[in-house]
Design a protein around this ligand. Structure first.
Ligand code: IMP
Ligand code: MG
Length: 177
């Protein structure tokens, strides 16, 4: 464990077991539907890579990039930095996020994509912090509910650091205060 991490919340083993469980559920739920996974960069990249390798049905993928955060607090504003390269009309979309916190980002993205008339849009998130929810949005697939602490690792960052940690850890408050 690195020094900036107070404690490990989820180990590599716990993460991999749960991610493959969710991948199997998605495979059953979307059989014959050729879903398109839409990852929300950058936080999703490790989760999405692991999740997709546990999905056993034909599927496609694409990415979007948004910015809404600097440091540990939400600015409330969502900016689209990269839009889809695939057409999603009539497609079953699975939005893949690292963490559902206030829900402002995903709520905005979902409405933004609804306009393109996909067959469905569901959410798959690695982490869910329900205590901090502001928007009325619920994930169809969530690997872990976590308490209200700032976490890093397995794709999640603090000012672009720590994404490469293989586990999810609680960041020491002294790092960001
Ligand atoms: P929301 O719009 O508040 O749901 O923001 C979600 C985004 O905030 C995530 O995609 C993360 O980039 C970031 N975020 C929220 N909580 C954390 C955290 O504990 N660690 C790292 N990033 C976080
Ligand atoms: Mg993110």
């Amino acid at each position: 464990m690195i020094n900036d991490v107070e404690r490990i919340l989820l180990t590599e083993e716990q993460i991999h077991q749960k991610v493959s469980e969710i991948g199997k559920r998605i495979s059953e739920d979307y059989r014959g539907k050729n879903p398109i996974f839409v990852g929300v960069l950058k936080g999703c990249f490790i989760f999405m890579a692991d999740l997709m390798r546990t999905v056993e049905i034909p599927c496609a993928m694409d990415f979007m990039a948004v910015s809404s955060y600097s440091g540990t607090t939400s600015t409330g504003a969502v900016k689209i930095n990269k839009d889809l390269s695939e057409d999603i009309v009539g497609r079953h979309v699975i939005l893949v996020e690292d963490i559902l916190d206030s829900g402002v980002t995903l709520n905005y993205l979902k409405q933004y994509l609804e306009v393109r008339k996909p067959a469905s849009i569901h959410i798959a998130t690695l982490l869910d912090k329900p205590a901090r929810r502001k928007a009325n949005i619920y994930p169809e697939y969530s690997c872990f509910e976590i308490p209200d602490a700032f976490v890093v690792g397995y794709g999640l960052d603090y000012n672009e650091r720590y994404r490469n940690l293989p586990y999810i850890g609680v960041l020491k408050p002294s790092v960001y205060s």
